[in-house]
Write a protein that binds this ligand. Structure first.
Ligand SMILES: [Zn+2]
Ligand SMILES: [Zn+2]
Length: 118
């Protein structure tokens, strides 16, 4: 964990984002809330503590975005990536009533093979 996450500014930023959004913006749960940086905090340093650069996600959706949709928490991501992820999530929900979060990686790969937009 890098040093900036230990700063008070980070804790304040995180608290503001979660208080503003209240629930995971992807799935709507209020459990295990994280604050996600739309433009990656390691690459967009000036946006690290700007609340407009944060969204509330649950632990599972956060992990799915970084580890399954992107390749890791360290990979550079942007607002556009997040919007694509949100669109894909909505698409997966609309086509599969048996949607299970842990299967999202397989489904993402299937959709990627079927469409050219992702
Ligand atoms: Zn979620
Ligand atoms: Zn994140």
């Amino acid at each position: 964990m890098s040093n900036w996450r230990k700063k008070r500014e980070y804790r304040t930023w995180r608290a503001h984002v979660i208080r503003r959004d209240k629930r995971c913006l992807i799935c709507g749960t209020i459990k295990n809330r994280h604050a996600h940086h739309l433009d990656h905090a390691s690459y967009f340093i000036s946006l690290r503590f700007r609340t407009f650069n944060g969204v509330c996600l649950c632990k599972d959706c956060h992990m799915n975005f970084h580890c399954n949709f992107k390749n890791s928490y360290r990979e550079k991501c942007t607002q556009k990536d997040f919007l694509n992820f949100a669109e894909l999530f909505k698409y997966l929900f609309s086509v599969s009533l048996n949607y299970v979060a842990k299967n999202i990686k397989i489904q993402i790969n299937e959709v990627r093979n079927e469409t050219s937009t992702f």
